[in-house]
Each structure stands twice: as structure tokens, then as C-alpha cells.
Design a protein around this ligand. Sequence first.
Ligand code: SF4
Length: 362
Amino acid sequence: MKDNQIYITYGKDAAAMATELMNAVDLASMIGSRTRSIALKPNLITSSTPDHGAVTHTEIVTAVIEYLQDHGFADIRIIESSWVGDSTRRAFAVNGYPNISEKYNVPLVDVKDDAYERRTAAGITMEISRQALETDFLINLPVLKGHCQTLMTCALKNMKGILSDRSKRLFHTLGLHKPIAALNSIRKPDFVLVDNINGDLDFEEGGTPVYTYRMLAGTDPVLMDSFCAEQIGFDISDIPYIGLAEKMGVGRSDLSKLETIELKDAICLPSKSTGRARRLERYTDAESACSACYANLINALARMDENGTLRNLEGRRVCIGQSFRGREGKIGVGNCTRSFDNTVKGCPPSANAIREMLENLT
Ligand code: SF4
């Protein structure tokens, strides 16, 4: 695949979606020689399970291992470090990684116990897992979700799990953005498979999963994060580490050059919103809405809630869903509401495009 491409699929079966994407991009050819070492870097920030919206679905990790072994790769390991104060071993155990390790003969590397190398970029010296640095091909398996400090976490920020705890603390002292960009300028992922099944609305620890049932694949972590930022309702400039990473040569953020390849259409499943997402549903009128479209609308409403523009919608509801095809109305989202007075095109449209349309309603 080309660096300016992002492959996208939708579905409920995370393993099947991951396999579909790896086949579509021909990941095996991308890696090359079967003797190369490969590291899988999931997001196991806490000892929670994927249904909370914080950690990578375990089926994705298993699907990647099976794909790699089916294609003749043998030197595979899983590397991760939970956030400071939590135990990676516990996160591994809660999500069944010891069984995966045994079944597939794939070592688990708790980065908290690894040897580190000190590296410096942009004037920041950090301790990075030696195994992460030495591996030939690093596959990043982030969750696309909100973050209480950086607003969003996805490909670039997930790399923080290859640091020592001491360096993670330093990153927070330095405000996260510049260090995250610097880290990726030293060790960026070679391939990114984004778990966008049900990432959290606004908090990296989960608790308010938003069911999108989507997965994305790409090679440029800057482009991936730029696209994903817009998908959950942010301008790229809202997430400073994206622009900083671009300036440090990690990748490109120009979405005008992006080519998206959708392997399947969005799927339509009943909403499972909870908490804050549930409260935002009172601004919606959904009938047969695809899950990704609806999730993007909920993300757009959340961003408006955060920036104070949600009051623009008081007393109004936003129509969304396939039942609105061919119907007229006031405010709608997506191609299904193309006949409405106010609408935003897309199938699905990004949360950022939805937010801009809703904020400019008169
Ligand atoms: S525009 Fe309609 S068909 Fe397209 S994703 Fe939204 S609800 Fe589904």
C-alpha cells in the first residue's frame, strides 16, 4: 500500500476485519523477508477489557499473529507497558494474553521489565524499550479514543507504551505533545491497524464506549491520526503532536492527498450508548442509522458540548439514518438526508464536518 492510503472496513467481527485489512494491503509483502522480527504493540493502558472502550480487542492481536504465522513469519512478540501505576502483567492476564502466548509461542514483553536505550530527539532524552528499537517491523494496534489531556489518542500516542515509566512521567511534565512527536521521530510504527470498534468518547481509561464498528489500516501514523482526529470531531490543529510529528519528519498530515479505500459499507446495529453519550442522544432523531455515522454524530455533539456550541441545538434534533432517504426535513446528517434544508454529505461524514455544519446553523 502507499503511504497516502488508508484502508477502512466495517463490521462486528474484529478478527475478520483485521484479516480482511491485512489481506487487502498485503501486509506480508510489506514486511518482506520471513526472517524479520516483528513486534505487536496493542493498547493495554489499564487492566480493563475492550468493552469499556480503552484497550485493543484481543481478537485483533490473535488475528495478526495467525496471519503472520500463516505467511511464514516466526519471530513475533507482543510488547506493551500499561500506564504508570498499573500492572502490564495484570492487563495481559485480564485480556487472555498468557494463553495467546502459549498457544502461538509468542513471547510477551512487559516493557516495564525491559532493558532501555537512552535516545534524544528535539532536545528530549528518553528511555525506550530495547526490543522496540531492535525489532525489524513494528505493528501498532491502537484504539481510537478521546483523551483527557491531548483530546485524542491513536497511532502516535500509543507509542508511549514503549517507554520506561520514568520517561512516561517526564513526558507528562513536558506537556506530552512535543515528547510524543519526538518519540515517533526515533521509533515510528511500520504499520498501523486502528481498533475503532468502540473507542471511548473522551477518556483514555474508557467507560463511555462509542460503538463505531470500524477498523482502519495505514503506514503513516501522522496521516492516520490526522484522519482519525477529524473522524471524532477535531481539527488537526487541536492535537498539537500531529503537527509537531510532521515537522520532525514522521509523516504527513495533508488530507487533500489522502486516498481512502473502503472495503465494506458501514453496518447498522442498535445503539449501545451509555453515560454522557446517552445524554447527547436527546439531540438526535435516528432511524436505521449506520453505527459509524451515528458514532460520528455523537462525537460531534460531544465536541460541541466541550466548546460551548451545543446550545445552538437547544429545541432541535438532528435526523440521521437510512429511513430518511428521499424525505425532506430541517437538519440531517449524511447522504441519506441529502434532501434536507441543512445537511452534511458523506457516508458517513466525519464528526468534524458534522460539527462545522451544526455550529453554523442559524
Ligand atoms: S449516510 Fe446513511 S447509509 Fe451512509 S453511513 Fe450515514 S446512515 Fe449509513
